[in-house]
Design a protein around this ligand. Sequence first.
Ligand code: DGY
Length: 361
Amino acid sequence: EYTLDSQKSKVVVTRDLGTDVLGRLSENPFVDMVVWPQDCLCDRDWLLENVEGADGLVVMLTDKAGIIKWNLSRSYVMDTAGANLKVVSTMSVGYEHVDLAGLAKRGVRLGYTPDVLNDAVADLSVMLALMAGRNGGEALVHVKNGEWPNDSWSPFSWCGSQLSGTAGRPRTVGFLGFGRIAQATLNRLVGFGISRCVYTTRIGSLPKRDLEESLTEKYRGVNPAFEGVRHVDLKTLARESDVLFVLAPGGAETRHVVDEELLREMKRTSVLVNTSRGSLVDSDALAKALRQGWIWGAGLDVVEGEPNISADHPLVQEPRCVIMPHIGSATFATRKDMANLAVTNVLAVLSNEPMVSEKSV
Ligand code: DGY
């Protein structure tokens, strides 16, 4: 544990993270912890009342939605906190909801929670690839609506696109963004007999040649037919992928990188999976692609504008679009690790120690 100054530090937490995790703050004699007491989005007036004089702020990825709903600028929260504020710690790997420029201007540091959620999000990415490829969304609704008894089996009913590959039917997976979650997803897919992996990285960043070589060698050991991991441009990624996983950070730089032009390049049998941020995919273009059959299906854990996604949203209306309400990291073990890491990051700053996971702003 960390040794804090004998002077008390105020830490405001915008959600109840459970007694185990919050006990690390509440039982610390040098921390004055204030927690939003309800299990719903933290209230605007409560936050502004309580954030004053805070040294640390633990926030959730949903807090941006709340702040927009309150029609309140993000820097206003920081202004109200005042000069004591040293650290904002988000319980998420993504930081699209955080005003990076505002933090930088005030010299406030940012903690986040990478790595601990890699496996949970990779699991969900594979699940969405399978569900979207195999008509999982529609098939579930069919049974739930009691329609199965009226539906006689036929040789080609409910057929979809197959994720696994064989020697005679090679499969290529593509990654838009090739960080830790993408690599954990690839690791799972090798067991499905996929034979090739293509990826793109941020514009201007170099191909990861050493990584390509080491992964190719490793996966050839598992599947001798595995041809390798290769960096390609965006158009080639779209053209070659049987399943295209979108796993890059959100923000202005990547907004709508999956647009109509890119979707038109994809195979008619391909599946798009997005488990990163909704802003990377142009929802209208994707709905059009699904409606007009440019691609087979889509599996989304995130949608631009979430959580305000109503039943008449064009993507919700698409039968081959499987949508989950941003549950990528939602396993008990992972969420607890994320909550603990968020608290650890705050305590580290308040004790003048390096953060375990700091995002430079
Ligand atoms: C994150 O932590 O940013 C993820 O989106 C949570 O699932």
